[in-house]
Design a protein around this ligand. Sequence first.
Ligand SMILES: NC(=O)c1ccc[n+]([C@@H]2O[C@H](COP(=O)([O-])OP(=O)(O)OC[C@H]3O[C@@H](n4cnc5c(N)ncnc54)[C@H](O)[C@@H]3O)[C@@H](O)[C@H]2O)c1
Ligand SMILES: [Zn+2]
Length: 360
Amino acid sequence: MNIDVQLGSRSYAIVVERGALASVGARLKSLGVGSRAALVSAAGILSAHGKTVTESLEKAGFTVTTLEVPDGEAAKTLGVAERCWNALLEAGLDRTSTVLALGGGAVGDVAGFVAATYMRGVNFVQLPTTVLAQVDASIGGKTAIDHPRAKNLIGAFHQPRLVLSDPATLLTLPPREFKSGLAEIVKHGIVLDAAYFDDVAASARALLDRDPATLERIIGGSCRLKARVIERDEQEADLRAVLNYGHTIGHALEAASGYERWTHGEAVSLGMVAEARLARQLRLADASTVERQERLLTAVGLPTRAEGIDVDGVLTAMRRDKKSRDGRVPFVLAPTIGAFKVVYDVPPADVRAALASLAG
Ligand SMILES: NC(=O)c1ccc[n+]([C@@H]2O[C@H](COP(=O)([O-])OP(=O)(O)OC[C@H]3O[C@@H](n4cnc5c(N)ncnc54)[C@H](O)[C@@H]3O)[C@@H](O)[C@H]2O)c1
Ligand SMILES: [Zn+2]
């Protein structure tokens, strides 16, 4: 599947296809970039897929430098970015060169940040290898490293020139990582497209079995939905906030539990359940809209209950949210499946009740 992201001079293609990694050299060459490239990745991913990418690039005439970064969130530091800048200089990369990110969202975020800042911005290619990175992090041009005080605090918008998603890479993902990524897929269905939501629901079993054709169709569908949002709101002025469904409460659950108890996707699943119930309490949504969301999250193996949560701790974390203004956070709510509404003045008592219901 080929999806064009139309952003004027910053337009690019997302290719979701089994075997896509092996085509990176030819596709990059057709963009007319310079002959030097740097492949940024973590050890485990490099040993599984590095050779495919490097060989494809070299066959197309590129000189490739490989930069190994630490695994996971540990890659998103200023120190790692600095090591990357040094290595790019050392390897003689210039303004026409390309930085490629092979890995999950963490590798994509730090490599993207390096690409955005090195010589004020060089070509960037995303080769995402987790579900979350394929349907979410690799699309839209947000790049970041973490600050000791908060995640993703230091960053830049820098769109990739190309995104190549190979669903075959997902076969080696640990089950918990795999299922976590499905939360973003369910999110896209809930707030953006009822027919897509139904397709995901009908495909839940095949998705969990990682059936290749199903993965390609569902991941491609999610990329298309996110691309349409980015095209209309590249820098998160308003519409892009729709992608925060489940995240206002989800982020607060993650922060209040010290990022230990749940993965991001699990917290977002719980956040969607709580925000669905919040919409019901505010009489924006009916009971069946809430039930359908919970049923699909359960079907794809995501949690819908959170015993023993510290409701006050979560509320405090929510007030510290980057998106909060004057201590109030806007909520994206789903009046029906396939639609959304941003609500600014949610009474704190309703948020508290929705959170408490997660524990019940
Ligand atoms: N830029 C954005 O728009 C955006 C959006 C959402 C999330 N993010 C960021 O993405 C990051 C999370 O991304 P993630 O969930 O992909 O986590 P991750 O990048 O930390 O990867 C999770 C784990 O899976 C491993 N892995 C990756 N691909 C694999 C494969 N094919 N087989 C086996 N193991 C594999 C990684 O080595 C890592 O240990 C966070 O830092 C988050 O802030 C960015
Ligand atoms: Zn998310």
